[in-house]
Design a protein around this ligand. Structure first.
Ligand code: RP5
Length: 163
């Protein structure tokens, strides 16, 4: 098994149905990853340990998903020089996920988190693959094939509509 290049972390096991989509697309694109639970509020020391050790164990990108007062992506970004992609998870219906979105999106200057859409873990996986693929031609080739597939699907629809 190749050493993981992407770390996928989430605040709770209840985030897994969303975050699994990042894992699935990374699998499809041939990018090695690890996946675990790290809670900013409930396991803060584990969060510090994970973020501070991420680069030295070979990770190149971290995808962090959380809901509600979703401080995990921002706190991890404050503790590492690796790029962090934040996935706002819609964990409660009370305010339609705006709590998660704004907690992850509204970072102070100097500590960026690349925030994807609500429950947008699939795009987080693709973005992580693109970051890894910037210096890895075989992953870049897989991404190109994936994007060619998206184009072909649209063109099939165009053909079926126009005939
Ligand atoms: C956040 O609170 C987690 O990321 C999750 O989205 C939400 C609910 O967590 P659980 O109560 O299901 O553990 O910390």
């Amino acid at each position: 098994m190749a050493a993981p290049k992407v770390g996928i972390i989430m605040g709770s096991k209840s985030d897994l149905p969303v975050m699994q989509q990042a894992a699935d697309i990374l699998d499809d694109l041939g990018v090695s990853f690890e996946l675990t639970i790290v809670s900013a509020h409930r396991t803060p020391h584990r969060m510090v340990e994970y973020a501070e050790g991420a680069r030295s164990k070979g990770l190149q990108v971290i995808i962090a998903g959380a809901g509600g007062a979703a401080h995990l992506p921002g706190m991890v970004a404050s503790l590492t020089t690796l790029p962090v992609i934040g996935v706002p998870v819609k964990s409660s219906n009370s305010i339609d996920g705006w709590d998660s979105i704004l907690s992850i999106l509204q970072m102070p200057g100097g500590i960026p988190v690349a925030t994807v859409a609500l429950d947008g873990a699939k795009n987080a996986g693709i973005l992580a693959a693109e970051i890894v693929g910037a210096t890895d031609n075989s992953i870049a080739d897989n991404l190109q094939q994936y994007k060619d597939g998206l184009r072909d699907k649209v063109m099939e629809s165009v053909k079926s509509l126009e005939k």
